[in-house]
Design a protein around this ligand. Structure first.
Ligand code: DSN
Length: 415
């Protein structure tokens, strides 16, 4: 069995994997939460580690045969602590949402109160949205951005905090293009005797590279995904102080999860080592430079970018002023048809449904991994603007599609 080849034994899955490999190579991946990991991370994730159960933590497992698991998990923990200057790291959460769940389970009781950023203003489902467990187990109030500036309205946040009296305040987002003022949110949290959880899912790579403020040591808990800007194995992590180490570990296992996904933890360890190398800082800087260039070029073409730009790897385009008849869904589909993959996204003050939306979110982590700098990004921004201005022009679409082909061939992902 171990000698057989997937293409021979399961053509359905083998062909879909090959087709996906082809799609990633031949399209521009501009979904802000995605990236292309190294071949080494792929090797670790596709290994025999998937066979092993290792409930528990290094040197304290419920199963035998875990000595190699200990080596791998300890490497991931040590590297995460070094990257983020953290006293304690738990690398077992299966995803960023599971990491948030771990923190909630550790310090909240059902019915306790969470204050977080509104989803339409860039927040995340796991920060208390009613369709998610976090909105069902806890009482939730939200803060938002100033409609004029697109920046978080910290005065509103402060007054809502005093009125609502939360047990935990979440800072962090999946579509807010600006830095959070973590220190200010910690002060607000302290003033109402609440915990502060900073969810850095999207910016784990930028924080690791020291080009974004690090909330470790400022917030009580920091959660993140490990496969977005940090470009490591898929999953989540929690960073905290020694004070909360045991509570957090127990909340993840046995509290919220079973056996750790050791193949993913190996992928985290490998990606974290890559992120500790000097060239990762260059990558992270270029990712942000590319996002700023994209925002500026789109604005020069008359598009409205929420908050007027970005501090990070992503931007949010509000189509309502420039293209009132084009929905986020239309834009996503049209751009996908020429080889630019991004996602429709709600915008502050949204009136359309989340399946339609009035905006698009665009990210630069994956195209920067394949080697793009400002020069390619300017071309891509102009293709996006051209197509939004002329959505029915098939000749234009086919010219852009050809240009994307040239770009993807010039900058391959995997050899
Ligand atoms: N799905 C991720 C994102 O796109 O932001 C968050 O979970």
């Amino acid at each position: 069995m171990l000698d057989s080849n997937l293409a021979e034994t399961d053509a359905v899955v083998a062909n879909a994997i090959a087709a996906e490999e082809n799609r990633q190579e031949n399209n521009l991946e501009m979904i802000a939460s995605e990236n292309h990991v190294s071949e080494e991370v792929l090797e670790a994730q596709g290994s025999v580690l998937t066979n092993k159960y290792a409930e528990g933590y290094p040197n304290s497992r419920y199963y035998g045969g875990c000595e190699h698991m200990d080596t791998i998990e300890q490497a991931a923990i040590d590297r995460a602590k070094q990257l983020y200057d953290a006293e304690h790291a738990n690398v077992q959460p299966h995803s960023g949402t599971q990491a948030n769940m771990g923190v909630y389970f550790a310090v909240l009781n059902p019915g306790d109160k969470i204050l977080s950023l509104n989803l339409n203003h860039g927040g995340h489902l796991s920060h208390g949205h009613h369709v998610n467990f976090s909105g069902q187990f806890y009482e939730v109030e939200q803060y938002g951005v100033d409609p004029e500036t697109g920046y978080i309205d910290y005065n509103e946040l402060e007054s809502v905090a005093h009125e609502f009296d939360p047990d935990l305040i979440v800072s962090g987002s999946s579509a807010y293009p600006r830095e959070f003022d973590f220190e200010r949110i910690s002060r607000v949290a302290a003033s109402v005797d609440a915990y502060h959880l900073a969810d850095i899912a999207h910016i784990t790579g930028l924080v690791a590279a020291d080009i974004h403020t690090n909330p470790v040591g400022v917030a009580d808990f920091v959660t993140g995904s490990t496969h977005k800007t940090i470009r490591a194995g898929r999953g989540g992590m929690i960073l905290t102080s020694e004070e909360y180490a045991e509570t957090i570990d127990k909340a993840i296992f046995p509290g919220g999860q079973g056996g750790p996904l050791m193949h993913n933890i190996a992928g985290k360890a490998v990606g974290f080592k890559e992120a500790l190398q000097p060239d990762f800082t260059e990558y992270a800087k270029q990712t942000v430079a590319n996002a700023k260039c994209l925002a500026e070029t789109l604005q020069n073409r008359g598009l409205s970018v929420v908050s007027g730009g970005t501090d990070k790897h992503l931007l949010l385009v509000d189509l309502r002023d420039s293209h009132p008849d084009v929905t986020g869904k239309d834009a996503e589909e049209r751009l996908e048809s020429v080889g630019i993959t991004l996602n429709k996204n709600t915008v502050p003050g949204e009136s359309r449904s989340p399946f339609v939306t009035s905006g698009i979110r665009i990210g630069t982590p994956a195209v920067t991994t394949r080697g793009f700098t400002e020069s390619e990004i300017k071309d891509v921004a102009n293709y996006i603007a051209d197509l939004l201005d002329n959505p029915d022009d098939e000749e234009l679409a086919s010219n852009i599609s050809r240009e994307i082909d040239y770009l993807t061939q010039e900058y391959p992902i995997y050899e």
